[in-house]
Unconditional design. Structure first.
Length: 286
């Protein structure tokens, strides 16, 4: 992918995501091409060797992204223009990403896909990915709760080594470059047994990644990341369905609304996450 490809890649983001969401009865999810351009541009800076496009008769038909992180890595977003779907462009992208992943020595490659998109699931399964987790794509409205616990505080650059160690221990993922990026784009919070990233854009707040060793630590981090927001802010996150105690707490105490399901898929080695993990779609590195 070259710099001159970014605008076309952004258009494909818009068309591909909106097409599949509309076909399932959802509204458009990409309303501004600038979002796609920002994602593609950021990933070209972060992982220049993993950003690829597929062409058909000289025209860019789709794009894909590989995010190597040592022995683990992430893939995505993977998008193909609706005009070029069904002719092998998606499979060509996945074959290239898989080949680059193998060449980079990645033994556990992960991605997250919308569970209602059975075509994408079949594509990823054919490339060797296996469904390992069900995630709830969900949201709740912020409200002024009791002050967050005193054992949670905002993190700063000097805490990055501790945050790296937490993710290594609980997830087996080592991605210090992502933590530096997220510190620039958002805010990090640190608890004795976990960490949280939040990104606020207008009236929308995205939580994740969140990694914690206990339910108490998870809830304390969520409280710290939401209590200072304006009331009724839209807070979005993905919650592992296996964490039924966390789902129950969020349903009862925060009025969690579940909008759709996602599948966490892995190609290669896999170990269950220890504790609690709320992933994020940006950056898609774990």
């Amino acid at each position: 992918m070259s710099a001159s490809d970014v605008l076309r890649v952004a258009e494909i983001f818009r068309d591909a995501f909106n097409d599949v969401y509309r076909s399932r009865g959802f509204g458009p999810v990409v309303t501004d091409d600038a979002v796609g351009a920002a994602i593609a541009g950021t990933y070209r800076d972060l992982d220049p060797g993993g950003c690829v496009v597929v062409t058909v008769d000289g025209e860019i038909a789709g794009s894909g992204f590989l995010h190597p992180r040592g022995k683990t890595g992430g893939a995505g977003p993977i998008t193909v223009s609706p005009a070029f779907q069904g002719i092998g462009a998606g499979r060509a992208l996945m074959d290239e990403i898989a080949a680059r992943s193998d060449a980079a020595g990645i033994t556990s490659l992960r991605l997250i896909q919308d569970a209602f998109n059975e075509v994408a699931y079949a594509l990823y399964a054919a490339a060797g990915f296996v469904g390992r987790e069900v995630l709830l794509r969900a949201s709740f409205r912020s409200r002024r709760l009791a002050r967050a616990g005193s054992d949670v505080r905002r993190a700063h650059r000097g805490d990055l080594a501790r945050i790296r160690a937490i993710e290594n221990d609980l997830l087996g993922i080592d991605r210090p470059q992502d933590h530096q990026l997220l510190l620039r784009l958002g805010e990090l919070f640190l608890a004795p047994d976990g960490m949280l990233v939040r990104v606020v854009r207008g009236n929308v707040t995205v939580l994740g990644p969140l990694v914690a060793g206990s339910l108490h630590g998870t809830l304390a981090l969520i409280a710290a990341g939401t209590t200072d927001l304006p009331p009724h802010s839209d807070v979005r996150l993905m919650v592992p369905a296996r964490c039924d105690d966390l789902v129950r707490e969020l349903l009862v105490d925060h009025g969690l609304e579940i909008h759709s399901l996602c599948t966490y898929m892995v190609r290669g080695a896999w170990r269950d996450a220890r504790g609690y993990y709320v992933p994020t779609l940006f950056p898609e590195s774990g």
